[in-house]
Design a protein around this ligand. Structure first.
Ligand code: DSN
Length: 416
């Protein structure tokens, strides 16, 4: 059979057809299995989610929405998208759901498209105090096309200064008030932000990319009852495919539908939508609730154990699945710390402290998250040993052989 006309397609593992790619995929699997993943925004998807992603749904064009597509042959994918919407609505108690955004950032772009005009003021948490680049960073469309105003945290507590936030909202009258973060480890008081948004006549948008999975499991407050619109990423603690979802009140249906398609996207990835449906089913199980509970307890324990070993934790601890660890006391930047940890088989992101004196590209902190570590089999009681390895790796000279020893301990712990 000719290679350009292979006949009916039976999916084959790349090892049979492309050893080069297969080898790289195997290397990545080995890297993950033998090193400790503490990246707060990455969680391996479940086998069922991965199976849905690998289907031929990925090549089906389905521009439009169920029942109103621009392409023929969409009767089956319509059912899949309806199922994903229904399951998401049930998981979060949301009136309106859009499962098409290709990523969390694209979902955020759709919120701007739906609710703001170019040049409108937008009020959001500062990027260097835990916010996200789509919340008004000058390097991003949100800072270029809109007028970003930023609230921050109190220097003393490193927690959001709600009084200053209210004042900014009343002075600047933002079109959108944004709540949400990538490295703020405390619950955000969404009810307080609702009241501020009402007083300032702003749309309240919660970017729950990190915490949506915790809210789904009932271990973090749900933003849905308070917000006009909520965006989330399905690949963080939800264990779904890489992608975004928008939730909103029913009265925002029309503007959000049009903002996603045709304003921003053409056809959605139907394999990803099927995988989102699978992930939402899993998010409703007792196993997922147990997993999320353990993840949060493990993060709190890890933060406490690191603090006991002399490292300062931003805000003094965490309410969620991640913590920000100040490494400046060891004379390290965030980059140097993450390099030492990587040498010891511990994978983290460098981060900045609120009021950091280092430039953002260096930072004085690392962000640690427990979503992947718990899936790898570690529990709350393993956190003292993890903290011990982290502190030893940070203290070890970069050119010595201590890191190799810690790497071995980590591999043993994971094989455990
Ligand atoms: N890259 C994500 C994170 O690490 O939090 C934000 O989009």
């Amino acid at each position: 059979m000719s290679p350009v006309n292979p006949g009916p397609v039976t999916p084959q593992p790349p090892v049979l057809t492309d050893p080069e790619v297969a080898d790289l995929v195997a290397q990545e699997s080995r890297r993950r299995a033998t090193t400790l993943q503490l990246i707060a925004s990455e969680t391996p998807a479940s086998p069922a989610v991965r199976a849905a992603l690998a289907t031929e749904l990925g090549t089906k064009y389905a521009e439009g929405y169920p029942g109103a597509r621009y392409h023929g042959g969409c009767e089956v994918v319509d059912e899949i998208e309806r199922l994903a919407i229904a399951r998401t609505a049930a998981t979060f108690g949301a009136d309106y759901v859009n499962v098409q955004p290709l990523s969390g950032s694209i979902a955020n772009l759709a919120v701007y498209a739906a609710f703001a005009q170019q040049g409108d003021p937008i009020l959001a948490l500062r990027l260097d105090q835990g916010g996200h680049q789509t919340h008004g960073s000058r390097a991003n469309f949100s800072g270029r096309w809109f007028l970003p105003i930023h609230y921050g945290v109190r220097e003393t507590t490193e927690r959001i200064d709600y009084d200053a936030l209210r004042e900014l909202a009343l002075v600047h009258r933002p079109r959108i008030l944004v709540a949400g973060s990538t490295s703020y480890s405390r619950h955000i008081d969404i009810a307080a932000l609702r009241s501020i948004a009402d007083d300032a006549e702003a749309v309240l948008w919660v970017d729950a990319a990190h915490t949506a999975g915790l809210a789904a499991a009932g271990v973090a407050p749900s933003p849905v009852p308070h917000a006009d619109v909520v965006t989330l990423a399905t690949h963080k603690v939800l264990r779904g495919p890489r992608g975004g979802i928008i939730l909103a009140r029913a009265d925002h249906h029309d503007v959000l539908q049009k903002a996603v398609h045709p304003f921003i996207q053409g056809g959605p990835s139907m394999n990803s939508i099927a995988a989102k449906a699978v992930c939402m089913r899993e998010a409703g199980t007792p196993e997922f609730a147990d997993y999320a509970t353990t993840m949060v307890a493990a993060a709190a324990r890890l933060a406490a154990e690191l603090a006991e070993r002399g490292l300062r934790i931003v805000t003094g601890g965490t309410d969620i699945h991640l913590a920000v660890v100040d490494v400046s006391g060891l004379g390290l930047t965030g980059v140097q710390a993450s390099e030492r940890l990587a040498a010891a088989g511990i994978v983290v992101d460098k981060a900045v402290l609120p009021f950091d004196t280092q430039p953002p590209a260096q930072g004085s902190a690392v962000r640690v998250g427990t979503s992947a570590a718990v899936l790898a089999g570690l529990g709350v009681d393993d956190m003292p040993a993890v903290a011990e390895c982290i502190v030893a790796a940070l203290r070890a000279a970069p050119d010595g052989d201590q890191h190799a020893g810690i790497r071995g301990q980590i591999a043993e712990m994971l094989a455990g």
